[in-house]
Design a protein around this ligand. Structure first.
Ligand SMILES: [Zn+2]
Length: 81
C-alpha cells in the first residue's frame, strides 16, 4: 500500500492521518515524518502513536526515496567527475 493511503487531505491546507486522526497543516513530507515518528526532523511534527512497524518502515522508505530525488536534483552538473 502506498504511503499516501495513510492520510487524506482536509480542505486545502491540512492533511490528516488515517491511523490516529491527527490533523496537521502543510506538506506530505511532514506526514511521512509523522508516520515514521521522526519528529526530530521537524519541530512541528507530532509522532504517530499508532503507526505499525510496517507503516514506520514504509514511511522511512518514502523519506529515503524523497531524499535521493532531492539530492539528485540539487547536485550540480559539474560535480559528476
Ligand atoms: Zn498518525
Amino acid at each position: 500500500m502506498p504511503i499516501f493511503c495513510f492520510f487524506c487531505a482536509v480542505g486545502l491546507n491540512y492533511i490528516s492521518c488515517n491511523l490516529c486522526g491527527t490533523k496537521m497543516s502543510g506538506v506530505v513530507t511532514r506526514l511521512k515524518y509523522h508516520l515514521a515518528r521522526l519528529s526530530a526532523y521537524d519541530a512541528d511534527v507530532m509522532p504517530c502513536m499508532v503507526s505499525s512497524a510496517e507503516v514506520i518502515q514504509k514511511a522511512h522508505e518514502a523519506i529515503a526515496e524523497q531524499d535521493r530525488k532531492k539530492a539528485a536534483r540539487e547536485r550540480p552538473m559539474v560535480s559528476d567527475r
